[in-house]
Design a protein around this ligand. Structure first.
Ligand SMILES: Cc1cc2nc3c(=O)[nH]c(=O)nc-3n(C[C@H](O)[C@H](O)[C@H](O)COP(=O)(O)OP(=O)(O)OC[C@H]3O[C@@H](n4cnc5c(N)ncnc54)[C@H](O)[C@@H]3O)c2cc1C
Length: 461
């Protein structure tokens, strides 16, 4: 285990995280920027105030579907941009989940409580909250139906319902199986992330075969399955149990990371740490009782293997009502997932000019991260206001995607790129791609307060 003075010690990380959270809670934007600036973090995170624009007077009825990272951020920004508009959020959950913190729950650094907050704290003042789920959208009559049978008429619609975790697409697997002995998935919930932490310790006591999977579909935070692998590897090393564990990483595609430099970096680190990589091998089936997993083989066949610890990253797609409403992309590599068809620069729907998308649901080639939402927040609401004013959308999304790629407990690389798949480092004079304690500290102490400020429409990119 860690020595108490070791900077990697989970208790020290927890105390620092609590301290940062308490210090930043309630600070004005100006104070936050001062502190972040002094710590060199303003430029490191591209922090800036939301672009200034005078409020536009409008009576428009705007319905925002989903109140997660994107829905809440877009609603907050629209509220600031418009004077007199009637804005409604449709969101069934009372709890807001800070999902980028789930990897740190799996590392034993955050508790489950530290990544959950009540939604009522973030619904923007003056915005109505319908506590229900969307059942259907009729884009012709401009109406949304909820699962409670309510009907909401809109002039403008923002679809921000995130994505569906399709565990059931894997034969023999149900979402509720996650957490059974040997079967983990930090994507399922904060509790499941905590379970992954506990199960890796239980696995370490006996050793055996650990397998980590990634599907062939687009997924949110494509770095998270890699982080899950590095964290598990490091927790076992720290406990002196790594020698008894055989690590395998199964990916449904041919790359580990879309940016070449990080693909190479992860492959090199995997080789160094004894993680074997199986390219092109999506998980097809699981026999939970027998602890067996079946993978696609390169020649189109199937291979069944045993496991003692399995971390599943499920296939992901948009919710069914997007396709059922005729709003999904119909051609190209993203068609199978039923993602919302938007212009990948303006985020306006390709057929319905009064519909916009934000967050994970949109059919863009890259960009399913909360950092992307920061960019969507500086583009999409302004473009919607342009349309209200009978103008063409004026702002362009550049594909910005970012995540601190954890390579061990205590170190991360800060990955930032855009549609070009070239790096767009905010801190260009430092090598953000080299794993360092600095980006780890950024992840643990600064990103969470930034995220919760983003939900209020602040610090957009
Ligand atoms: C394990 C993990 C690690 C991650 N790590 C990072 C990271 O390091 N950095 C980073 O930037 N991003 C990270 N992300 C990704 C980030 O959390 C998402 O990209 C972000 O939350 C997307 O925002 P969203 O609003 O589109 O979706 P969500 O935040 O998931 O919100 C979707 C909302 O829609 C609601 N909803 C669902 N169905 C309906 C319905 N029928 N009607 C109404 N509402 C509905 C849900 O309740 C939810 O509130 C991570 C995600 C996970 C799971």
């Amino acid at each position: 285990m860690h020595h108490p003075e070791d900077p990697k010690h989970p208790e020290i990380e927890k105390a620092l995280a609590r301290q940062a959270d308490e210090t930043l809670r309630g600070l004005s934007r100006r104070d936050f920027l001062k502190i972040a600036g002094a710590a060199g973090l303003v430029s490191a995170t591209g922090v800036q105030a939301a672009p200034a624009r005078a409020a536009v007077s409008s009576q428009a009825r705007i319905v925002v579907l989903g109140g997660g990272a994107a829905g809440m951020t877009m609603a907050a920004r629209l509220r600031d941009l418009l004077d007199g508009a009637r804005i409604t959020i449709v969101e069934p959950s009372e709890i807001h989940h800070y999902q980028p913190g789930w990897t740190l729950v799996a590392a034993g650094v955050y508790s489950v409580g530290e990544v959950q907050r009540r939604n009522e704290r973030y619904i923007p003042r003056g915005v109505e909250w319908v506590r229900s789920a969307v059942a259907a959208i009729d884009p012709e009559s401009q109406r949304v139906e909820t699962t409670d049978g309510d009907r909401l008429d809109y002039d403008f619609l923002v679809v921000a319902t995130g994505l569906h975790l399709d565990y059931e697409a894997i034969e023999g697997l149900r979402r509720e199986d996650i957490g059974r002995p040997g079967l983990t998935s930090l994507y399922a919930s904060a509790e499941a992330a905590r379970d992954a932490y506990e199960q890796i310790h239980a696995f370490g006591e006996h050793g055996g075969v650990a397998r980590f999977t990634i599907p062939s579909t687009p997924i949110k935070c494509a770095g998270a399955p890699i982080k899950a692998t590095f964290i598990a590897d490091d927790l076992l090393r720290t406990a002196g149990q790594r020698a008894g564990a055989d690590f395998h990483y199964h990916t449904g595609s041919d790359t580990l990371f879309s940016v070449q430099r990080f693909d190479h970096m992860v492959r090199d680190l995997y080789a160094e740490r004894g993680v074997s990589v199986n390219d092109g091998g999506a998980l097809l089936a699981v026999d939970v009782d027998a602890r067996q997993a079946q993978f696609q083989t390169r020649d189109g066949g199937r291979e069944t293997v045993d496991y003692d610890y399995l971390h599943v990253t499920p296939p992901m797609r948009a919710h069914d009502f997007v396709r059922e409403a005729g709003l999904a992309v119909e051609d190209g590599p993203l068609a199978a997932g039923g993602w919302l068809a938007v212009d990948d620069r303006t985020l306006q729907h390709t057929d319905y000019p009064n519909i916009f998308g934000a967050g994970d649901v949109v059919a863009t080639a890259i960009g399913k991260t909360a950092s992307t939402v920061r960019s969507h927040g500086a583009v999409m609401p302004d473009n919607l206001v342009d349309v209200i004013q009978d103008r063409e959308p004026s702002r362009q999304f550049d594909g910005y995607t970012s995540c601190p790629l954890i390579t061990e407990v205590g170190k991360a690389a800060l990955v930032e790129f855009d549609y070009s798949l070239e790096e767009v480092p905010t801190f260009a004079f430092l090598d953000q791609g080299a794993p360092s304690w600095m980006w780890w500290r950024l992840k643990v102490h600064m990103i969470k307060p930034l995220y919760f400020n983003m939900l209020r429409g602040r610090y957009l990119r």
